[in-house]
Each structure stands twice: as structure tokens, then as C-alpha cells.
Design a protein around this ligand. Structure first.
Ligand SMILES: [Zn+2]
Ligand SMILES: [Zn+2]
Length: 346
């Protein structure tokens, strides 16, 4: 079969490799759609100290079951349409026991596209833990492109839960990429009275509008702090979600928040980044600053429900379709911000 293998930063190759063998508690999935993600772009550009190349990239995918191990046969059969998350927790380590399965000490053991060969390939082996906890049969009416959003949606839901948006809240989302557009939809579903989305690119802001943003702010032309102050009667937002991943936008998120408000830092900054916050504001203004990472089986379940019920609109997050032979071009395009997610069809 064909697979897109990562060898070193800036070096990926489309290769002919063996179809993976599965263990009795695993399944083999024929990939129908794999989506590009910012994480793939980072891996392509910079690699990762814990990744041992070569490895097949791609971790957001959906497809049909092509082979089922003996002990997985009670849950899946050949031909099932499935969406699969990119990892599953061990449920035995101290963080799993604390209820923080997103921080499982053994996460890397089953991390698809990182330690397990990924989905920019014709077939993918799904490790047992993921088969048991984070693989879902999708209804016929859900297209593979939307089913493939299971994992990024599960991460965003984990963030949305942490942000604790309440009925009537005024929410600001910094960044109108796939993650920001996902948070926009979740904030609306949680009952925010107004959601403002900011970005530098007008075409992304148009998508935010079409997905229900009440106000969009073109950060290349308008001052985001004064605009948000103006829209909130000088107060600032109840909840601000940073969905860019830069130190400047982390600091901006802090400035846009009202007294006793919450800032959710969702976008991961380049490693080694430092930010500066006014401690006086944090102390005297009761601010809540939250970080969040990854997903849990519960947020994957919630993502499955939102996708299969049609309450989450995934299609607008996918701007084009390419073949396996074009993954490198797709990652470059995404890296330049010229595209939202790109659907790869093996
Ligand atoms: Zn991803
Ligand atoms: Zn664990």
C-alpha cells in the first residue's frame, strides 16, 4: 500500500509499504478521508524530539473496517464505517486515576501519527486501547470528511468544558482557523449571547460569519482591545478563547477579559515561549487562566454525538480535497495559512 512517511524536518516521502498486520484485539481500517492538521504541519517542519522516524503521518481520519481481530469481533465487523480518535488513555496511571485521562502518562504508546503509523496511507492499524475506548461506528448519513473531525472536535470540547461558558456569556475567540471555528460553534451551542471572532484574514472571518459569529473583527485593520471594550460597555469578555498559539495572542486574550472572567489558552505556542501577565489583574480581578490539552474518552463520546446528530457543522472547516501524492503540498499550503483543513483521499 501507499503511505506518506516522515523522515526528517522538511522531508516526507510517498512510499510503498506493507499493509499493517493486526493483533487479535485490533482492527485494520481502510482510510477514506484523512485531514491535515496544524500538528502535522509542525511535525513536517520541525519534527519532534520524541518521534522516531520514519513514521506515517496523519491522525484525523475515518474509513471502513477492512479486517477485525478475533477479540474485537464482538464490536466491529468488516465494512463498518468508523471514526477513530488518535489515542486512548491507559486508565491505570496516576493522571488517569485523577480523572485527567487527557494527561495519561502512557499517551505516547498509542499516539497515531506520532508513535503509531498514521492515516496518510491506504490502511491503518488501530491499537487495541483505541479500538476499545475511542472508535465509533458512524451513521450512514455522516460523510467521511465530517467523521474524520472526531479528534479535533473532542479536543475543542475538552477546552470548551474547561472554559465553562454560561448562558448569555459574551465570548471572544481569537483566531478563525479550524480550531477557532470549532470553538465558535461550541460557544453558540452552550448558549453564549454573543460570540466575537478575530483574525487577520478576511476570508476566514467570512466563514466565521457563516457559522454564526455575531461580530467579526479584522485584526489587520481594527484594534481588538478597544473593539471588545466598546462591544461590552467597557467591561471586557466573560470568556476569551485563544485559538492561535502565539505569545502575543496569549497576552491579548488576557487583556480582553473582564473582571472575574476566564481565559482559555487553547493554542499551543512554540516550545520555550514566555508570556507576561499583570499579576495585579489576576489577583484583584479574580481572573481564571486555564490551559488545556488533548481529549478524554468522554469528550470523544461527546464529539461523536455532536457529529452524528448534525449539531456540529464540519464541512466548512475543510476547504479542499487532495490525493496522497499531494500531502507535502497540502501541509505547505496549510502552513502558510492558505487553506483550512485539507481532506486527503487515499
Ligand atoms: Zn489534529
Ligand atoms: Zn494513564
Amino acid at each position: 500500500m501507499k503511505a506518506v512517511r516522515f523522515y526528517a524536518p522538511g522531508e516526507i516521502r510517498l512510499e510503498e509499504v506493507e499493509i499493517p498486520q493486526i493483533a487479535p484485539d485490533e482492527i485494520l481500517v481502510k482510510v477514506k478521508t484523512a485531514l491535515t492538521c496544524g500538528t502535522d504541519v509542525k511535525m513536517y517542519k520541525r519534527g519532534h524530539p520524541k518521534v522516531k522516524p520514519p513514521i506515517t503521518l496523519g491522525h484525523e481520519f475515518a474509513g471502513t473496517v477492512a479486517e477485525v481481530g478475533e477479540t474485537a469481533a464482538d464490536r466491529f465487523k468488516v465494512g463498518d464505517r468508523v471514526a477513530v480518535a488518535n489515542s486512548a488513555p491507559c486508565n491505570n496511571c496516576v493522571f488517569c486515576k485523577m480523572g485527567k485521562q487527557n494527561l495519561c502518562d502512557r499517551l505516547l504508546e498509542t499516539l497515531i501519527g506520532f508513535s503509531v503509523d498514521g492515516a496518510f496511507a491506504e490502511y491503518i492499524r488501530v491499537p487495541a486501547r483505541i479500538v476499545q475506548q475511542n472508535t465509533y461506528k458512524m451513521p450512514e448519513n455522516v460523510p467521511f470528511e465530517e467523521a474524520a473531525l472526531l479528534e479535533p472536535l473532542a479536543c475543542a470540547i475538552n477546552g470548551n468544558d474547561a472554559a465553562n461558558i454560561k448562558l448569555g456569556d459574551f465570548v471572544v475567540i481569537i483566531g478563525s482557523g479550524p480550531i477557532g471555528l470549532t470553538h465558535l460553534q461550541l460557544a453558540k451551542l452552550k448558549g453564549a449571547s454573543k460570540v466575537i471572532v478575530t483574525d487577520l484574514k478576511p476570508e476566514r472571518l467570512r466563514i466565521a460569519r457563516s457559522l454564526g459569529a455575531d461580530v467579526v473583527v479584522d485584526a489587520s485593520k481594527e484594534d481588538q482591545v478597544s473593539r471588545v471594550k466598546e462591544l461590552t460597555g467597557g467591561l471586557g469578555a466573560d470568556v476569551v478563547i485563544e485559538a492561535v498559539g502565539l505569545p502575543q495572542t496569549w497576552e491579548l486574550a488576557f487583556k480582553l477579559t473582564r473582571k472575574a472572567g476566564t481565559v482559555l489558552f487553547f493554542g499551543g505556542c512554540p516550545s520555550g515561549s514566555r508570556v507576561t501577565f499583570d499579576t495585579e489583574r489576576i489577583h484583584y480581578e479574580d481572573l481564571t487562566l486555564k490551559g488545556i490539552f488533548h481529549h478524554t474518552p468522554l469528550t470523544v463520546l461527546k464529539a461523536f454525538k455532536l457529529i452524528s446528530s448534525g449539531r456540529f457543522r464540519g464541512r466548512p472547516l475543510i476547504t479542499e480535497t487532495m490525493q496522497l501524492s499531494n500531502v507535502e503540498a497540502a501541509l505547505q499550503k496549510m502552513g502558510k495559512g492558505e487553506s483550512l483543513k485539507i481532506a486527503i483521499k487515499p
